[in-house]
Design a protein around this ligand. Structure first.
Ligand code: FE
Length: 511
């Protein structure tokens, strides 16, 4: 005991000496913002407090900038989706990021929603670097975007590399990326780290990779739908020399930075939607990180005065588009909601509309394509765009009973959420191995015939093999015309009032 007391002043002295010469680096980060411009009611918390909001988040960021030195702000992609994004081809998001003074972003799959050419225009009109080291123009060694950037602040230099993962590529709109190749990021990052390391203090990787996040608003409260971040661990294990790895795409909130046991890389990520601000604080002695701490700061909307400039820009876009997105289409007596891994009222509704519009035997739509619930009461075209924001059109595929079973099995794997259906009844058992989970199938009230050809109405995204629904690629397809959102609007206009919930009991779990 005596001995411990005698060395204490020495330890204090030493640590004061070390900290006196350390430099501060604060990395703020967001991912998968998905056009969450307005605060989100956290209905899973007592009293439904609001979280996030672009203008509130900006105030929080500026408060941290005012009190700390060496503050950097990064995003790892999937800013786009939603009605303001759709109607401005993403411009509203890029304008917001410009005002928030992002230092760099990585490209997410949703940045390709309105085509790679469109995003090229968007990234070239903003002052901050947009990074994608493993994206190339098809068949060439020419990069689509900058691979890295070097940023210096308060005497600290960061080498920042951006990448997109192979899963993220596979969920991008296939027709949006036909002129691009995506290469394995690992060897590319390894090369760039080697090149940058001597010129900078720290290496930061911004990555949009791993498995796609669950599409439901309360995902942060549902541990069973949370994705892993194994791909991030693998990359930071295989590539030495990365100091900080900011993930995205999986919407996997990492509450405290994860330290790679082999390489020491700090891995961080938020739940997305701007409900939390990622915060990572580092103390540097030379180029060495002598201490690190981090957390996901909750953005309680009511605690922050909205940033005036962001609020002004949002008002501008909303007013500009109000005549376009405030038009009532019809009335729903019931709210239609999403559930990523089960049958849902919104999924059933959309699948019914697709089937009815084409007189098909079956309607099918992907759970991942449903991006917002539809409210009860008057439904505007803006509400429909929010629920179905993608530029997907209505397609009829000729499919055998066997092919329909394959699609259902893909849905039951839960890799990309459960397929939402109309015109069929499927029983399934999730305790069985993947590929053997379908227990029984009736189409139009009769046992499905493997050889019979059925007409299946669906959306062009999965008809092109999106969300791993490769089976559709082998089918004869007819374009039935119209965007999915327009087809749903037409249905609402014709019905005027939808009295009842769509009939449930189409996808029936075994137990
Ligand atoms: Fe993504």
């Amino acid at each position: 005991m005596k001995k411990a007391i005698s060395v204490l002043p020495l330890i204090i002295l030493l640590s004061v000496a070390v900290f006196a010469q350390t430099r501060n680096v604060t990395i703020l980060y967001t991912n998968d913002f998905h056009s969450a411009f307005d605060p989100i009611p956290a209905y899973w918390l007592e009293g439904s407090p609001k979280l996030g909001g672009a203008a509130h988040l900006t105030t929080y960021i500026n408060q941290i900038r005012a009190r700390e030195k060496g503050v950097f702000l990064f995003d790892t992609g999937d800013m786009f989706t939603g009605q303001l994004s759709f109607l401005t081809n993403g411009e509203a998001l890029m304008e917001m990021m410009m005002t928030m003074k992002y230092d760099a972003m990585a490209i997410g799959n949703h940045e390709f929603d309105y085509g790679a050419d469109n995003f090229e225009r968007q990234m070239n009109r903003v002052p901050f670097p947009v990074l994608g080291a493993n994206i190339f123009y098809k068949g060439t060694k020419n990069r689509y975007s900058r691979p890295y950037t070097i940023i210096e602040k308060d005497g600290v230099r960061l080498g920042v590399i951006g990448i997109i993962g192979i899963d993220a590529r596979s969920v991008a709109l296939p027709s949006g990326i036909t002129n691009l190749d995506f290469e394995d990021p690992i060897p590319i990052v390894r090369e760039l780290v080697k090149e940058l390391k001597p010129a900078v203090d720290l290496i930061v990787v911004l990555a949009h990779q791993g498995k796609t996040g669950p599409m439901q608003t309360d995902a942060e409260n549902r541990p069973e739908v949370q994705r892993d971040f194994d791909e991030d661990i693998r990359l930071t294990t295989e590539v030495e020399g990365i100091d900080v790895f900011v993930g995205g795409h999986a919407h996997r909130g990492i509450e405290k930075p994860y330290v790679n046991p082999k390489t020491g890389t700090l891995i961080v990520q938020t739940y997305g939607y701007g409900t939390r601000l990622g915060y990572l604080n580092l103390k540097l002695d030379g180029k060495k990180i002598v201490s690190s701490s981090g957390e996901l700061l909750k953005v309680w909307s009511d605690k922050f005065t909205p940033d005036a400039e962001i609020a002004r820009k949002l008002e501008y876009y909303k007013n500009l588009l109000k005549p376009k997105i405030g038009i009532v289409q019809g009335t729903l007596k019931n709210r239609l909601v999403r559930d990523y891994n089960r049958e849902s009222s919104l999924g059933n509704f959309v699948a019914d509309v697709l089937r009815e519009a084409t007189n098909a035997d079956v309607g099918m739509t992907n759970a991942g394509g449903l991006r917002a619930d539809l409210p009860a009461g008057k439904v505007t075209n803006g509400d429909v765009y929010d629920a179905l924001p993608f530029v997907n059109s209505l397609v009829v595929c000729e499919m055998t009973g066997k092919q329909i079973k394959e699609v259902l099995e893909q849905g039951f794997s839960l890799e990309r959420g459960m397929i939402q259906v109309s015109g069929l009844t499927a029983k399934y058992d999730l305790s069985k191995p993947i590929g053997q989970r379908l227990v029984s199938l009736e189409i139009g009230g009769k046992t499905a015939d493997d050889a019979k050809v059925y007409r299946v109405a669906t959306n062009s995204f999965i008809a092109q093999g999106g969300d791993l629904y490769q089976t559709f690629l082998a089918t004869k397809q007819t374009d039935a015309g119209g965007l999915l959102s327009e087809v749903v609007m037409k249905y609402l206009q014709e019905k005027k009032v939808v009295e009842s919930l769509p009939k449930a009991g189409r996808l029936i779990p075994a137990k």
